[in-house]
Write a protein that binds this ligand. Structure first.
Ligand code: UD2
Length: 325
């Protein structure tokens, strides 16, 4: 995907070797000077576009961060310790990466007068007080990770007001797509791996819980829109507005991979969120963002090596209805 309207800029993508960041860099690199700051703890060099300048460093290192932000006019801040479990085990360590570094980044961006798009999360809502979840819903995070993302989200918005810094916070729902990997990568990549290996597909709990799965290509588009919108100082949900049950997901993955893996159940995850689904009106009206990749097509292309375009034109869209079964 190309980055319409973003040309000739000097752009920093923190976490640019990671799952979402590397796709964003691919969209920006053809027409911009792109710098990537990544410590390669979970990201991969193979996923970084050849034209990007790579700084191998940690966002928690003020020297590396200072170097990365110098002379940029746009920052996408995606670097984070994304493991919720790790944040529970080591809240201060994850706070250092997810919040303290982010605060320094916002201060450095002020010096450059750079726009900052920050990766917030549906984790800010905790157990939702309403469904679908609007941006004004109660925020009651259930983990240090969620608390850190909420603080970042609020800092970004307040920096717009207090210091006239152009910021946008994007609250990602359950993002999936190519290059998602590793132990914290989420249920879709876990199920795909299990199905491909012929291992049991393990549903935690009864599988009736639901999520709003949004394809990384849509998430990239939301980031690009955030880079140029006049609606700064705001937080936007980035989801599809649809819900998919984990049971339906397991069946879809099994079919898409032609796998004969059994679908099995184990204990529910303690404290699991039962339902999560984005209210998308604000993002549609004010950011011009509407998710375009239908869930079934997204899964089929991921599973089968078909291009997303082919999978979409093939049909099987769930865009006009909920894919819950
Ligand atoms: C997502 C985010 C997390 C945080 C959280 C906030 C991802 C990968 N994680 O966690 O960072 O923002 O939302 O609420 O997007 N499941 C199974 N079998 C498995 C793995 C998972 O049944 O092998 C279930 C799990 O119990 C849960 C659902 O699938 O009900 C989704 O799990 P997840 O870890 O992909 O994502 P989530 O929503 O817990």
């Amino acid at each position: 995907m190309d980055a319409p309207g973003i040309r000739g800029r000097t752009v920093l993508v923190t976490g640019g070797a990671g799952f979402i960041g590397s796709h964003l860099v691919d969209a920006l690199a053809p027409h911009n000077e792109v710098r990537v700051l990544d410590n390669f703890s979970t990201g991969s060099r193979d996923h970084v576009h050849d034209d990007a300048d790579v700084i191998d460093g940690d966002v928690a290192d003020p020297v590396a961060l200072g170097r990365a932000v110098r002379d940029v006019d746009l920052v996408f801040h995606l670097a984070a310790l994304v493991s919720v479990d790790l944040s529970v085990e080591q809240p201060r360590r994850s706070n250092e990466t997810n919040l303290e570094s982010s605060l320094l980044l916002l201060d450095l961006a002020r010096q450059e007068d750079a726009r900052v798009v920050v990766a917030s999360s549906a984790a800010v809502y905790g157990h939702p007080s309403e469904l679908p979840i609007s941006e004004t819903a109660r925020t009651e995070p259930t983990s240090p990770y969620g608390i850190q993302k909420l603080a970042l989200d609020q800092y970004a918005r307040r920096y717009a007001e207090l210091y006239d810094l152009s910021t946008v916070a994007l609250r990602f729902f359950n993002v999936y797509g190519p290059r998602q990997r590793g132990p914290y990568s989420g249920v879709i990549s876990t199920f795909l791996e299990q199905a491909r290996a012929g291992d049991p597909i393990t549903i935690e709990g009864d599988g009736e819980q639901t999520r709003d799965f949004v394809h990384v290509r849509d998430v990239v588009r939301a980031n690009l829109l955030a880079a140029t919108t006049d609606e700064t100082g705001e937080a936007f949900n980035v989801g599809t507005g649809e819900r998919t049950s984990i049971r339906h997901l397991a069946e879809t993955v099994r079919n898409a991979t032609d796998s004969s893996s059994p679908i099995v159940h184990r204990d529910p995850r303690p404290g699991d969120i039962t339902h999560s689904r984005a209210e998308t009106t604000k993002a549609r009206r004010r950011l011009g963002f509407d998710a375009e990749i239908p869930f079934e097509a997204g899964i089929r292309s991921l599973a089968g090596g078909t291009s997303l375009e082919a999978a979409i034109s093939d049909g099987g869209s769930s865009a006009d209805g909920e894919s819950i079964t």
